[in-house]
Design a binder for this molecule. Structure first.
Ligand code: 5GP
Ligand code: ZN
Length: 114
């Protein structure tokens, strides 16, 4: 269910501007407003799910589909090596409570992240 106070729901609905790099029935991918790497794309499910902890078995197909979108947008940017990250909860750095997969690449990435 869309959350009227959620910026990523608004972006998915086309009610808020974003640099959209991919969209399909279940996902929208946008460039991050404050990129942390030459490629920094956020893959959003159209469905509002607040955090990774809120996913249920009903979302299993959606989560698989999101990974296919990740591969699609990475390939569009010519990436073979990239990182996919999900911050779950404020203590882990989540600031927008609509689940999103960060796709980062285009530079060397150190591990572990801070
Ligand atoms: P989080 O911190 O929740 O894991 O990631 C949220 C990401 O969304 C951040 O990297 C932040 O830069 C990005 N972001 C926040 N607001 C907007 C927005 O309005 N548009 C876009 N494209 N990115 C946003
Ligand atoms: Zn939302």
């Amino acid at each position: 269910m869309a959350d009227s106070s959620c910026i990523f729901c608004k972006i998915c609905a086309g009610e808020m501007e974003a640099d959209r790099v991919h969209e399909d029935e279940h996902t929208v991918a946008i460039r991050d407003l404050n990129p942390g790497a030459p490629t920094h794309i956020l893959v959003l499910p159209r469905k509002h799910v607040a955090t990774l902890n809120d996913l249920t078995e009903d979302d299993d197909a959606l989560v698989a589909h999101i990974h296919r979108t990740v591969r699609t947008v990475a390939a569009k940017d010519g990436l073979t090596d990239y990182r996919v990250a999900i911050n779950c909860g404020a203590g882990a750095g989540q600031s927008v409570f609509h689940i999103h997969f960060h796709v980062l690449g285009g530079r060397a990435l150190s591990w572990p992240p801070g």
